[in-house]
Design a protein around this ligand. Structure first.
Ligand code: SAH
Length: 265
């Protein structure tokens, strides 16, 4: 069970901006580390640890704010309300876990703001009714977004190139018993053919281009959401819809994600 402290009553002011990670070394074959277990995913949040203080009310406030900010998809709002974000951040940052801010997760990487996580998952779910099928996440980080995705998709494959974060995500997710999340250590630029084709592919790191492997492993009708440098030289959210007529590409708002890097480290 996680040794996280209890959720504090008082929230601290928002925190820090993204920092950059160091370049990768050589690529290795990804080894699947499914979190499959005998126990079903709890549909309700676990009780907060420690002093018995309730994080549910603060999370409900975060969800109300997300709705005010324009997130409409009930599946996404519900999932955001279910996952205890404070379990995924360092103890010292627990007080900021439900603020609309990105937070450092170690090794120079960051967890995106709740608003960006919700917005991207909403874009991923667009046009699909009910649950999505198999989804691939590039950049597991601390595992938070994978946990949110586990509520909107039947299977989540999440790949991380930094071993330290891959292991951290495994530790964070283990107590949640999310049986449909499969963590992979490897280079997400190559996607993960073993789980393909994917109904959705979502990247938490931004590159100069969308790797061809992502397009190849997207199912017909599937959607890909990724921060990408556009022709204007700025990083923006790009949505790609694979249709029988070809790929439809939409460039949306400017964003600021950590870089997509090749190889593992
Ligand atoms: N979704 C994460 C956010 C992590 S930040 C969360 O909820 O915490 C983005 C992550 O992408 C970083 O951990 C970074 O190491 C990872 N990343 C960057 N390039 C990658 C690649 N080619 N393959 C896999 N992961 C990558």
């Amino acid at each position: 069970m996680s040794q996280r402290p209890g959720f504090p009553v008082k929230l601290s002011p928002p925190g820090t901006a993204p920092t950059r990670s160091s370049p990768g070394k050589s690529a290795v074959a990804p080894a699947a580390l499914g979190l499959s277990g005998a126990v079903a995913v709890p549909r309700m949040p676990l009780a907060p640890t420690g002093l018995g203080l309730d994080s549910g009310a603060v999370r409900a406030r975060m969800v109300r704010l997300l709705a005010q900010q324009g997130v409409r998809d009930a599946r996404v709002l519900e999932a955001m309300g279910l996952v205890e974000r404070h379990r995924f951040v360092e103890s010292a940052l627990v007080g900021q876990a439900y603020e609309d801010t990105s937070l450092p997760i170690g090794l120079g990487q960051t967890i995106s703001k709740p608003n960006v996580v919700a917005r991207m998952i909403e874009l991923l779910c667009q046009g699909a009714s009910g649950k999505l099928g198999r989804v691939l996440e590039i950049g597991t980080g601390c595992g938070y977004q994978a946990a949110v995705l586990s509520h909107v998709a039947t299977e989540v494959y999440s790949i991380e190139r930094l071993r330290g974060l891959h292991e951290k995500a495994r530790d964070n997710l283990r107590p949640l018993r999310v049986h449909n999340v499969h963590l992979i250590f490897g280079d997400g630029m190559l996607a993960y053919p073993q789980g393909a084709p994917y109904a959705g592919i979502i990247s938490a790191a931004g590159g100069d281009d969308i790797p061809q492997a992502w397009l190849d492993q997207l199912a017909m009708g599937g959607r890909l959401v990724a921060p990408t440098v556009t022709s204007a030289g700025q990083q923006a959210l790009v949505v790609i819809h694979k249709t029988p007529r070809g790929f439809e590409r939409q460039v949306l708002e400017a964003v600021n994600f950590v870089p997509l890097k090749s190889g593992v480290a």
